[in-house]
Design a protein around this ligand. Structure first.
Ligand SMILES: C[S@@+](CC[C@H](N)C(=O)[O-])C[C@H]1O[C@@H](n2cnc3c(N)ncnc32)[C@H](O)[C@@H]1O
Length: 237
């Protein structure tokens, strides 16, 4: 992987060292090489719940937000407009997506406040990538359904939360209150993009949170999407 866009200071550190020797990055690049050009225009119709997550995010003054699997940067840019006092870091395994993100960030004049780096969600360290060891908010938006070792990614993401911080997760639900035929068609179509909605997402959040954090969980749009939050304890007793 080469550099992304010399115009932007968004930190992009070359190939993401990945848990599988690079095959996930190559797979994602294959999916997104052309899709990235129409990604934001098309995904707004079916990656539902992302704006709900952004409203709920509410970082503290001067707070920091990490998005894992940030794609084109769409969420960080939208959240950046809503919370002009917060700073954002995003990681993604796809060079193609990061190229688009870097262009979008530069175009929005957000270089410096929104930074990106290539990394594998299952194994990364933001202190090395950005010089920021922990965040007030961590975001997984339609990412866990695409990551085979998604439980590891969840654990690594939660490990990057500051005490008192909160993780926000939105992804495909099980379509539990929608017609079965719709579910069948949607899941078959998603398979083509290597997307597997996680039926045990809620249990995984509860398990990853352990006794040290609280989980809230709710279906959105009749179960089309699932939304969860994991709030870590403040450390003050
Ligand atoms: C469906 S897109 C979601 C992008 C963005 N979060 C959004 O809500 O628009 C999933 C993103 O996860 C990234 N991704 C998949 N596997 C990953 C991994 N192991 N590590 C980091 N990013 C990964 C893909 O490259 C892609 O950009």
């Amino acid at each position: 992987m080469g550099s992304i866009n010399p115009e932007t200071a968004a930190r992009y550190s070359g190939p993401a060292p990945s848990h599988d020797g690079g095959s996930t990055g190559a797979l994602m690049d294959g999916i997104y090489r052309h899709q990235r050009h129409i990604y934001d225009a098309t995904r707004k119709f079916y990656l539902l719940g992302r704006d709900h997550l952004i409203v709920r995010l509410d970082p503290p003054q001067g707070g920091s937000v990490l998005e894992i699997g940030c794609g084109t940067g769409r969420n960080m840019l939208a959240a950046g407009r809503r919370y002009p006092y917060a700073r954002f870091c995003g990681i993604d395994i796809s060079e193609a997506m990061l190229k688009t993100a870097a262009t979008n960030i530069a175009r929005a004049g957000e270089v410096g406040r929104i930074r990106i780096a290539a990394a594998d969600a299952a194994d990364f360290d933001t202190n090395t990538l950005f010089g920021v060891p922990a965040f007030d908010r961590v975001v997984f938006s339609y990412t866990l359904s695409m990551i085979p070792p998604w439980r590891e990614a969840l654990a690594v993401g939660l490990a990057h939360l500051k005490p008192g911080g909160r993780a926000h997760i939105v992804d495909f639900g099980q379509q539990e209150r929608l017609p079965a035929a719709f579910r069948g068609l949607l899941f078959a179509w998603l398979k083509g993009f290597h997307v597997t909605p996680r039926a045990d997402l809620r249990e995984a959040l509860e398990e990853a949170a352990g006794e040290e954090a609280e989980v809230s969980f709710a279906p959105l749009y009749r179960g089309y999407a699932w939304y969860g939050e994991v709030s870590s304890q403040s450390g003050e007793r």
